[in-house]
Design a protein around this ligand. Structure first.
Ligand SMILES: [Zn+2]
Length: 273
């Protein structure tokens, strides 16, 4: 078993450095952060990772948190394969280089493992190394996602992203690369960070975002992957293609929440509230 959940716990299940698990009893644990006062412990999930056993505590506090209403500066986001993302205000976030080196390290460890005799103690040691690196890669990716999400929230009151489920269906984009890039995980982390920081978050229709001119709304047609610049034959608007797509996303978001859009390259979005 890699993880299991206790949906119900006994009375007073927490001590300073221990948790009382039904049927098992008191188990020592290192409390990674203090448990805030007034919260009730709802459930415990016990997870086994390569680096050890973890107890994930779910806490509950009896307050209602109202959903954010649309407010403040709008920011559109375009997720890509070449760069990690582009924003409607012209910021580009590169895909972190350390993933490439970690991936090649992983490949070489996996090759070493495959050369060992299955079931031998050397094979088992190699397995452990591979598993540890997997855990490290996944932690590093998550850190990166949280960091980017917080940076985006610094800059905006409303964040708009493409609805990837719709995108996958419409363009068959859901290839191996998309999954590797961990877009789904990033978007759920982004949604959570927005909620935590009081930023409005909305997914918008992804159809033709990279083929529409943000200034004059002309459909300019499909771009080749090598075409890095959006250049509109109608109005002459020129800008990085991913930034252009992010501006279209921002415009759709602003329209969807009922604000008015100024069609001037997508950045100067007028607010009506
Ligand atoms: Zn145009």
């Amino acid at each position: 078993m890699r993880s299991f959940v206790y949906p119900q716990l006994g009375l007073a299940p927490l001590k300073e450095n221990a948790v009382k698990l039904p049927k098992i009893g008191w188990v020592l644990m290192r409390v990674s952060r203090p448990i805030p006062e007034g919260f009730e412990l709802k459930q415990v999930r016990v997870v086994r990772r390569v680096s050890g056993w973890y107890a994930m505590l779910t806490l509950k506090l009896a307050v209602d948190v109202p959903d954010q209403s649309p407010h403040g500066e709008p920011l559109g986001i375009d997720l890509g394969l070449e760069k990690f993302l582009a924003t409607s205000n012209g910021k580009l976030v590169a895909r972190p280089k350390f993933f490439v080196s970690l991936q090649s390290k992983l490949k070489s460890l996996q090759r070493k493992m495959s050369r060992k005799k299955k079931g031998s103690s050397n094979w088992r040691k190699a397995c452990l190394k591979v598993a540890k690196l997997h855990e490290h890669i996944s932690n590093t990716r998550k850190d990166f996602h949280y960091k980017v999400a917080n940076q985006l929230c610094d800059e905006a009151g409303m964040l708009f992203v493409e609805d990837l489920n719709l995108k996958a269906m419409s363009s068959g984009m859901l290839c191996k690369h998309t999954l590797d890039a961990g877009f789904g995980q990033f978007l759920s982390i982004l949604e959570f960070v927005c909620w935590k920081r009081g930023v409005y978050f909305k997914r918008v229709d992804p159809n033709l975002t990279s083929q529409t001119c943000p200034r004059c709304q002309t459909i300019t047609g499909k771009k080749e992957l090598s075409e890095r610049v959006h250049s509109c034959p109608e109005c002459g608007y020129r800008i990085d293609r991913d930034v252009a797509a992010a501006q279209v996303v921002a415009q759709r978001g602003v329209r969807a929440v009922g604000h008015t859009v100024q069609a001037s390259g997508g950045i100067g979005l007028r607010r009506s509230l």
